[in-house]
Design a binder for this molecule. Structure first.
Ligand code: AMP
Ligand code: ZN
Length: 138
């Protein structure tokens, strides 16, 4: 299903032109309009899902294959030193466009991209109940 108010639905389905790096029947990969680094691309499913929780299993099972295929070609062409595959869910996680997308961010030694966290300490009390509760849902 498409969402008529969603810009990424329109781009993914070709209603708004974009600089397309790859397209198949389920996905369009476009160049990010405000790239974090040279070659930054985003993978857009043609079906609307606001986030990972809404994504159909069919699209979920296919999207990492696209990341591998397109990401590998990008790395080969760019000769970059690394690649971050990133996907944000919710404002708190940095999501700004609410149509699921996967970022392919080429990394270069000494670039200015920052994706990181301060390593914390595992809390066994929390983990005991957390693991059990999640396992019960699954
Ligand atoms: P996120 O913060 O994970 O929601 O990422 C949204 C990304 O989409 C950002 O990197 C934006 O620069 C990018 N973006 C937003 N609008 C467009 C557009 N019209 N074409 C290409 N990239 C876009
Ligand atoms: Zn959409």
């Amino acid at each position: 299903m498409k969402d008529s108010n969603c810009i990424f639905c329109k781009i993914a389905n070709g209603e708004i032109p974009s600089r397309t790096l790859y397209e198949d029947e389920d996905f369009r990969v476009i160049m990010d309009i405000n790239p974090a680094s040279k070659g930054h691309a985003i993978i857009l499913p043609k079906e609307h899902a606001a986030n990972l929780y809404e994504l159909s299993d069919e699209y979920a099972s296919k999207i990492f294959k696209v990341a591998k295929k397109v990401g590998s070609a990008m790395v080969e062409v760019l000769g970059c030193d690394g690649l971050n595959v990133l996907q944000n869910n919710g404002e708190a996680a940095g999501q700004t466009v609410f149509h699921l997308h996967v970022h392919l961010i080429p990394r270069y030694k000494d670039d200015c991209v920052s994706i990181g966290w301060k390593p914390g300490e595992a809390d066994d009390t929390f983990l005991d109940s957390f693991v059990t509760k999640v396992q019960n849902i699954l």
